[in-house]
Design a binder for this molecule. Sequence first.
Ligand SMILES: Cc1ncc(COP(=O)(O)O)c(C=O)c1O
Length: 409
Amino acid sequence: MNAPLHTSALFRPSHRIASIGVSEILKISGLAAEMKRQGRDIIVLGAGEPDFDTPDPIKDAAERAIRAGVTKYTALDGGQELKAAIRAKFKRDNELEFAQDEITVSAGAKQVLFNAMMATINPGDEVIIPTPFWVTYADIVAIVGGTPVLVPCSEANGFRLQGNVLERAITPRTRWLMLNSPSNPSGAAYSETDYRPILDVLIKHPHVWLMVDDIYEHIIYDDFRFVTPAAIEPALRSRILTVNGVSKAYAMTGWRIGYGAGPSPLIRAMAVVQSQSTSCPSSVSQAAAIEALNGPQDFIRDRCSSFQQRRDLVVGALNAIDGIRCRAPEGAFYTFASCAGLIGKVTPDGQTLRSDTDFAEYLLRAAGVAVIPGSAFGLAPYFRISYATSAVELEDACQRIARATAGLS
Ligand SMILES: Cc1ncc(COP(=O)(O)O)c(C=O)c1O
């Protein structure tokens, strides 16, 4: 999934990161950027963030904080006011009650995950990660010396982990199971019924903790009802870390505020990691996040329905193409479509498409559309489209994909 890092006579990367390198995702994005620079008309469908702006009341709160001198270090893992807003959010949205010392705030959900792994993983410890998955999970586990155990989840099961598959993957060395709902890249989400068999397996294996990444909680469609495991199974509360943040729901990716809720001994250990890396989350961003969580929430629904229209547009257009099959995701802003029907086909210049990477490269060169191959997320042959871009651009992109695909023989 990753290309190795460059080394030279002068530069030697640590063992810790030598096997990690730069994500394959960046390869296709790099190629797209280069083609754009050369003047080619390229549509990049790779964005991992909403195309909306941060709402004005949130920006205003940040401005007020700057003027009021909220510009100093804060408490290590987040100020009391933000922690209180996070607790209120969990109560409001998830019917979960947490104490103040069960909450941690970091520079994005990503740092929450990093702190958690850094605080708990010893060399050789295993972390189960269902695929397709957000590559960051495996890379963080590898950086801290753990072993990612990738468990494929088929399209037939909606890209969701099954209880019996989890059971087979657990060993005495397993420390964590990582789940993400709705998922990047598949958009698949777990209902309470989907979670139940997984939670039952975890109850039987008390040495395994559960990390759930709920960052796309508010971007869900149709009648899907979002649920989170800590609310479903109180018996597991003492070993669940629930991760969330303001990046996606409030279009605040650049502000870098994520949070986690879990047992206080874990939260304290994570604060130790944070104390010697970033010291605390940005004071100004914390003020913005307080407004995001405590302020009006209704704009989220409007933005969601805009995403849903775009999801329907892309899913409909892709399913109309021979050789491509796309399930309608329950949430997030990605489609994860199969291109199995195109593998083995030949491009107009005589190249055989042997993988989803070949297909993605063909789309980029022939149609000027940049998508990410499923292999970058650990499941092939698929490709991910981010529809966090305008409907006009999406329509254009889908027409280009249809034309390029029709050119295959
Ligand atoms: C599944 C998932 N979790 C977490 C994140 C990162 O969130 P944050 O911006 O809060 O670090 C992303 C961003 O793409 C994501 O896709």
